[in-house]
Design a protein around this ligand. Structure first.
Ligand code: UT7
Length: 320
């Protein structure tokens, strides 16, 4: 058995915020942001939390895949921004969908979350544990951004993307996941911590902080390396790949990856201009857009790749 994606859906944040809007709150400009990142707009979420966006994307994915949510065996939500420590966001999605037969849990791997969750889903499918799995990447990053920090606040947006994955007799699915915990401080956000009656301290919470140049260097090296390793390990030639759907963190990172892979930019679709970096949601939102635009043909081979806090990175190759 192998995983096949049978439906996709997405839900960006409800409010469009342009670079010029951010110039009203921090010292920045479209002239600085756009050439360095490729970002013009981001969509921020003002209506629902992470689970609300995740559930909207998930409903669309089920409709697109032609399945009743009751057919779902498992819901995996990749997120770094759940509304609650518990219940997990996946259980909230389960309730919204009426997916009464599914087990549901969250998975945390920051911007690599969707790639890690998809591979986790595939392992359950290959083992025969589950047949139909909903994989979601959703983040409400605007709630952990320091809106006074121009180095980070211009980069991120909110959103969710989802894919229904089903066991299939035929197809291709293989993936690689990697982590380097020694680089944790490069991109981090403190959760509620440090306070109980013994420490006498009040709990602390943090904002996202990032060494942008370190993340940039890591991404342009590790993402192409990991894709090369994946494809050569599977005996798949780069010419066979229809699209490389990479984490949308910076247009220049994607261009550098394409150069290193010696592949043409036409194979690297992008939507960062409109949404910015939505963390675990970038890859499934882009996948959903390509699907709905009719750009994916059954039999196409796709590479999906992500990188982010942890540090974590990974890639998967699959047949559409
Ligand atoms: O999901 C993974 C998440 N993260 C990433 O992928 C981030 C990867 N890194 C990057 O994309 C880039 O490093 C950034 C876009 C974040 C930054 O670009 P950079 O060319 O590395 O800029 P920098 O941080 O070196 O800053 C250059 C200058 C600094 O001024 P000084 O110290 O040279 O006077 C910054 O203070 O630009 C200034 N600056 C800004 N100016 C206007 C930083 N942010 C802004 C801003 N507007 N928003």
């Amino acid at each position: 058995m192998v995983s096949k994606i049978i439906g996709t859906g997405s839900c960006p944040g409800d409010r469009v915020v342009a670079n010029g809007d951010l110039a009203q709150i921090v010292e920045t400009s479209d002239e600085w942001i756009y050439p360095r990142t490729g970002i013009k707009n981001r969509h921020l979420n003002t209506l629902s939390g992470t689970s609300g966006m995740a559930a909207s994307a998930a409903k669309l994915a089920c409709e697109n895949g032609g399945i009743d949510p009751k057919e779902l065996d498992l819901i995996l939500l990749a997120t770094s921004t759940p509304e609650y420590c518990f219940p997990n966001g996946a259980c909230q999605v389960q309730e919204e969908l009426g997916a009464v037969n599914a087990a549901a849990f969250d998975l945390s791997a920051a911007c690599s979350g969707f790639i890690f969750a998809l591979q986790t889903a595939n392992s359950f499918i290959v083992s025969g544990s589950f047949k139909t799995i909903l994989v979601i990447g959703a983040d409400d990053l605007s709630k952990i951004i320091d809106w006074n920090d121009r180095k980070t606040c211009v980069l991120f947006g909110d959103g969710a993307g989802a894919a229904v994955v089903r066991a299939s007799e035929e197809g291709v699915f293989s993936g690689i996941m990697k982590s380097d915990g020694s680089k944790g401080p490069v991109l981090s956000c403190l959760a509620r911590s440090g306070g109980n009656f013994l420490t006498g301290k009040t709990p602390k919470m943090g904002y996202l902080s990032m060494d942008g140049q370190e993340v940039f260097k890591f991404a342009v090296k590790k993402v192409p390396e990991c894709i090369e390793e994946l494809l050569s390990g599977q005996g798949i030639r780069k010419e066979e790949i229809r699209y490389y759907i990479l984490h949308q963190a910076n247009e220049r990172i994607i261009e550098a990856a394409a150069r290193r892979l010696k592949e043409p930019m036409e194979k690297f679709p992008m939507n960062i201009r409109e949404y910015g970096n939505t963390s675990a949601a970038t890859v499934p939102i882009l996948l959903d857009e390509l699907n709905r635009e009719g750009k994916l043909i059954r039999g196409d081979k796709l590479v999906l790749a992500g990188f982010g806090a942890g540090l974590t990175w990974g890639a998967a190759v699959l047949e559409w």
